[in-house]
Design a binder for this molecule. Structure first.
Ligand SMILES: Nc1nc2c(ncn2[C@@H]2O[C@H](COP(=O)(O)OP(=O)(O)O)[C@@H](O)[C@H]2O)c(=O)[nH]1
Ligand SMILES: [Mg+2]
Length: 252
């Protein structure tokens, strides 16, 4: 049975901290606001990190391998999960992050797996997921009956990189239609990722795109980031991706 819910504001203490950012316009507005924003943001990130660490530990104990997928909108995250389910079986649960709609969760439920949709739209349209929301979603999904947990983060290369969601493996997808320069423009996303999947390689013959240049730019942003080229449509490279999931790096 699938579950689709919005995250409830009441459950999310981190968000009420963010409300403290509001500062009345007027005397000393700019300076005070900047100072306050930095202090609150640091507290928020620290609280987030503690929850993230707890999730990582709990799922490790349960032998559930947890993967966080990040990318721009349309790079192929949901398609990758669909193809992964076909290859790895149904002991997979997915938490979907989107600003609006339950479309992705519905796509995955059609494959007979449990998918939980977090919509941030009703709460200001946040462009990332936070660890406390994942914790709430895991509680709804139930931590048992799965070998793998995937989070499809909200589509963009900026905010998701700032919030640890407690995964054992952070994966960044970059499709060949997005350009080789993205590791230089969005270095943090590559720095927090263990693995970069270069997606839609079936389109390479149609594109002016250099895999060599992309690999060099990823290396500049994060020399430790592994790179695999995949095509969810044609299936090329998928066996390497599945081998990594079976190997569970970062789980020990
Ligand atoms: N050519 C090609 N298209 C793909 C591939 N993977 C996904 N797509 C297409 O890219 C679009 C966005 O994919 P989706 O998985 O929804 O991306 P998401 O927004 O990152 O979840 C869809 O039209 C997919 O069919 C691929 O490997 N090759
Ligand atoms: Mg998607």
């Amino acid at each position: 049975m699938g579950l689709i819910h919005d995250v409830k504001r009441k459950k999310l203490p981190a968000r009420s901290m963010r409300a403290a950012l509001a500062f009345p316009a007027g005397i000393g507005y700019k300076k005070a606001m900047e100072t306050k924003k930095i202090v609150v943001m640091q507290k928020l990130l620290k609280a987030n990190d503690a929850v993230a660490e707890g999730i990582r530990r709990d799922l490790r104990k349960k032998n559930v391998y947890y993967v966080n997928l990040m990318s721009s909108p349309g790079s192929g995250k949901t398609t990758l999960v669909e193809e992964t389910v076909k290859r790895l079986g149904r002991r997979i649960k997915v938490i979907e992050g989107d600003i609006q709609t339950t479309l992705d969760a519905e796509r995955l439920q059609k494959l007979g797996i449990q998918a939980f949709q977090i919509n941030t739209g009703p709460f200001g349209g946040d462009c990332h997921l936070e660890a406390s929301w994942i914790q709430a979603a895991i509680a709804e999904l139930g931590g048992d009956g799965m070998d793998y947990l995937f989070v499809e983060n909200i589509g963009n290369l900026v905010c998701p990189a700032e919030f640890d969601v407690g995964a054992h493996l952070n994966v960044l997808l970059l499709s060949v239609t997005e350009g080789e320069d993205k590791p230089l423009k969005y270095p943090l996303a590559f720095q927090v990722s263990h693995l970069c999947l270069v997606t839609k390689t079936d389109l390479l013959p149609l594109k002016y795109f250099s895999l060599e240049a992309l690999r060099a730019n990823i290396k500049k942003a994060n020399p430790a980031c592994a790179v695999i080229e995949v095509s969810a449509h044609g299936g090329a490279g998928m066996e390497s991706w599945i081998a990594i999931l079976k190997n569970k790096p970062g789980m020990k």
